[in-house]
Design a protein around this ligand. Structure first.
Ligand SMILES: [Zn+2]
Ligand SMILES: [Zn+2]
Length: 381
């Protein structure tokens, strides 16, 4: 990898590497409800926890009140401030493939009605969705959380921002209405029922607990910034490799980045020597596969190889490839592979070199029949 100086390859490795970490993310999200449950259970000692207890108490008491009482409460207590850009970001992630057809308080700034196609689709139905329900505060505004919770997706139906966010389920019939499945009973009554229902109230409670707990807020922040944190950390480690700086400088580089304002990098926890080594190898493998793919696309390639004795006294066979890049139509020379020649042999003779070269080509899925040139100095027979 250190030898591939000519061009900085595209950071396609991010996709590959992130996929692996995403899998871990999925595992970890399972832990969060448990941690929330722990917070709920351990409400004995600190003041913070007491205030949480009070808040839960308030929510439980209010859960018996009607929506009219909820509105009268709004006159006394200031509503929580909502960061609209955060809500839009969350909705775009949550409804990633449907965001074109989404109507909500936060996205419908100038939009006041459903599209022509959607209106035609609903024409045959007895009940029809009314766009103004989205902005109707008496119907779809939650005073406790400050959210205008109604979302409408064309072609599907109504969703609740809070229930979707907390992935809540109806405890009686185990349905995920307004969360995974859309609500399709287009009546004001259906929205009032949802707003006063157990599922929605448990989502509101979960939201309030999350806001009152710095611990859970931190967890949330860590989860939401994970993608960019990994990208930045991997890019920093890639830069180290590219500049031929020792791996052991990686923790210190990450620390400097944090001090320079990349605060979220503190969430990157994989800082052991073993982790950095794995990351370097992963990056190397990914770049190697990109180079091999380009050679394959070029149809013909040339090889340049030589032996080098490294610091650890290992006899390495270094191989470079020469090919015409299909996209840029330029001749490129890239580092392909390094093999320890004496790993399986006593002498770095012609036969050992031939076997090592064959293995390198096989590893990269490159055909010997496409090898059109070869450059090297002599080797002992
Ligand atoms: Zn709209
Ligand atoms: Zn809800």
């Amino acid at each position: 990898m250190a030898g591939s100086r000519k061009r900085i390859p595209q950071f396609n490795f991010a996709t590959h590497v992130f996929d692996q970490f995403k899998r871990r993310k999925v595992d970890k999200t399972d832990e969060i409800p448990q941690q929330e449950a722990n917070v709920l259970e351990s409400t004995d000692s600190s003041q913070d926890q007491n205030s949480k207890k009070q808040e839960i108490h308030i929510v439980e008491n209010e859960s018996t009140n009607s929506s009219q009482e909820q509105n009268s409460k709004s006159k006394n207590e200031p509503a929580p401030q909502i960061d609209h850009s955060e809500v839009i970001k969350h909705m775009n992630e949550s409804f990633s493939n449907k965001k074109e057809n989404l109507h909500s308080f936060y996205t419908c700034k100038t939009c006041t009605k459903l599209s022509y196609n959607e209106t035609q689709r609903l024409k045959t139905k007895d009940d029809r969705f009314q766009h103004n329900w989205i902005t109707d505060e008496s119907l779809t505004y939650c005073q406790k959380t400050g959210y205008n919770w109604l979302i409408y997706i064309e072609g599907e139906g109504m969703f609740c921002l809070i229930c979707r966010k907390h992935d809540s389920t109806n405890s009686i019939n185990k349905a995920k209405k307004f969360n995974a499945e859309p609500g399709v009973r287009f009546k004001r009554k259906a929205l009032q029922d949802h707003s006063n229902g157990q599922q929605h109230k448990s989502s509101v409670l979960a939201e309030l607990i999350k806001r009152s707990s710095p611990f859970l807020a931190e967890l949330d922040k860590r989860e939401s910034s994970k993608q960019s944190v990994y990208y930045n950390a991997f890019l920093a480690i890639y830069w180290l490799a590219k500049e031929e700086i020792a791996n052991c400088k990686a923790p210190s580089l990450l620390q400097v980045l944090q001090q320079l304002g990349l605060d979220d990098i503190k969430y990157f926890q994989h800082r052991s020597a073993g982790s950095f080594r794995s990351i370097m190898l992963m990056l190397g493998e990914n770049i190697k596969s990109q180079v091999a793919k380009k050679c394959e696309e070029a149809k013909y390639f040339g090889l340049l190889c030589d032996e080098v004795c490294d610091l650890a006294n290992k006899e390495q066979l270094l191989t470079f490839v020469n090919y015409v890049d299909k996209d840029t139509h330029k001749v490129c020379t890239d580092f392909l592979s390094a093999t320890d020649l004496l790993e399986k042999s006593d002498s770095a003779d012609a036969h050992t070199i031939w076997m090592a070269l064959s293995r390198q080509l096989e590893d990269c899925n490159l055909k010997k029949s496409s090898l059109s040139s070869f450059a090297s100095d002599g080797a002992s027979p």
